[in-house]
Design a protein around this ligand. Sequence first.
Ligand code: SF4
Length: 365
Amino acid sequence: MSEPAPALEARSVTKHFPVRQTGRVRFRRDSVVHAVDGVSLTVPSAGILAIVGESGCGKSTLARLLARVLAPTSGEVLMHGVPSTAGSRRAYARTVQMVLQDPFASLNPAHTVAYHVGRPLALYGTADNLSRDAAIEQLLDRVALSPAKEFAAKLPHELSGGQRQRVAIARALAARPKILIADEPVSMLDVSIRLGVLNLLAGLRDNERLAIAYVTHDIASARYLADEVAVMYAGTLVETGPAMSVTDSPSHPYTQLLLAAAPDPDRTEPPSLQGRGAPPSLVSPPGGCRFHPRCPFAMDVCAQQAPPAFETGPGHRSACWLHAPQDPRHIPTNNDIATHNATGQVGLVGEPEPGADPAGRSATQ
Ligand code: SF4
């Protein structure tokens, strides 16, 4: 029997934004921001994919591409195996709902909870035979806002951040979606109430078989919540795989750095692995592996050729030359090819940095 199509699939999706000339820094007229470049991933049916990366890596742009809020520059998004553009935008929006990062800005302060949750019920006609009030209370019960009658009458300023985010989730559920895209849904909440919202999302997956794309900068919460993890860096995917495998045995140096920097109450020493510098400009990202200016294991080939995704375990892939089947120091660079063309000699690429172990996935600097 063939596998069911994933809930969402991105195929070589790219999104470039034209650069607006503001301030003193001048860019070429045709400059673009490479927000997302050639990303392919899947959101499993009735599963959670966490898209993880630091600010500016393109993960929120990718979420908007998956939600069809933005159109890709190239590549395509499929929902249940069908191109996302095959049906109307309204039908797509009903099936793929978004929960945004800021629960304070996403609710209109002048309207009650009942108004916010009731609008999609009216828009999509999803109240069935229930009265509007009964349907609203049922939705508020689903997100554990009880007594529902009391919450329905409240205004946003009478709610905590966690309660507002639950209202935003209830509003999304009112459309009867099959897929939720949650963009940093807990990052603006107090640490003490984040777990409740994460558990609510896990319950929607387990009990209602919703597929969820969970966008976050916090790899620890991705490990807690997700089935699959996709790590992004500077607009590209660097590592994908089962959540436990990626977080227990990260095979890409950037994922290793993210994990080393994650808060750990048991750690008494500072993080053992440290990268250099800051993320690159997405207007002119580095050639080759985009992480090479910061990577403690960078080799000559890394600056010249973008690594493909190598398999590092069951379902686990890493876009890093360290996992090439052959010794990465012997992969010809553009310089080697130029030398070969000029002299007929094949040159060896440079040695890794002193102290760096190109084969060591958990090497420390
Ligand atoms: Fe990129 Fe090379 Fe570092 Fe791998 S070793 S992450 S390919 S710079």
